[in-house]
Design a protein around this ligand. Structure first.
Ligand code: SF4
Length: 245
């Protein structure tokens, strides 16, 4: 697959004719009306877009991997919540799945921005060109750095999957946009020593905010491993902000 295109081969962010994209067609797979953790420091509504070309072994949202048309209730709920939470929330975070697969994402972002919400984006970095096209409309990005470049394909189940991520990271660093990198860590797939080297490499590239998200077999189960104090100290030392979640 060409990384800068959707699985359907459609350019996402070319000129859009008035009425050409209807947000009622957006594949909204779910909504969390209130979150304090999806954009650190912000009260946010989280909108989960359906569709992702990757198949990460630890994915907790496999129901969001497929572009299955959702029922209209999610679109109606999105708009109802935008109005109802206008003075209560700081932001709307678009997550997934991979939100940049959604052709109506610019329109959804525009609707939320017009109502005064800040915009956050969770992305795995799969579509760097779409990311660049949207960056002036996004206030914060949470970029997944899933593992070391050498280990990417085994984890995502897709060939050359590190390539678009490296491009996305470079573009975000160039843009000056506020962002964090985060790694969901399972020592079965990434030894701790390599995790530390990965974090230090990111720091050398200019990343200042980094989070290690401990992998859990299921959302309600304890993490598979705990970061050692040595690893914690080394990652804390090279970042402006480091945390383990
Ligand atoms: S990129 Fe995210 S949504 Fe896609 S398979 Fe991986 S963990 Fe799941």
């Amino acid at each position: 697959m060409t990384p800068d295109r959707t699985p359907w081969g459609t350019e996402l962010f070319g000129p859009v004719l008035p009425g050409a994209i209807d947000t009622r067609d957006a594949f909204i797979g779910g909504i969390v009306p209130f979150s304090t953790v999806d954009w650190p420091g912000q009260l946010a509504m989280v909108v989960f877009m359906a569709g992702c070309p990757w198949r990460c072994h630890y994915c907790h949202n496999p129901h969001l991997q497929t572009r299955v048309r959702p029922h209209m209730g999610n679109w109606r709920r999105f708009h109802a919540l935008l109005h109802a939470r206008r003075s209560l929330l700081d932001a709307v975070v678009f997550s997934g799945g991979e939100p940049l697969v959604e052709p109506a994402l610019p329109q959804l972002i525009g609707q939320a921005r017009d109502m005064g919400f800040k915009i956050g984006l969770h992305t795995a970095g799969i579509y760097p060109r779409q990311l660049t096209a949207m960056q002036n409309h996004i206030d914060w990005i949470g970029l997944d750095i899933k593992t070391t470049p050498q280990r990417y394909d085994a984890l995502t189940g897709r060939r050359d999957s590190w390539v678009p991520v490296a491009s996305s990271l470079a573009r975000i660093l160039d843009s000056g946009i506020d962002f964090e990198c985060r790694t969901t860590w399972d020592p079965m797939w990434l030894p701790e020593a390599e995790l530390v080297v990965l974090g230090e490499t990111l720091a050398n590239l200019g990343v200042r905010h980094y989070a290690v998200q401990r992998c859990r077999p299921a959302p309600d189960q304890p993490p598979t491993a705990t970061l050692s104090q040595t690893a914690h100290d080394r990652l804390s030392a090279c970042m402006t902000h480091f945390e383990v979640r």
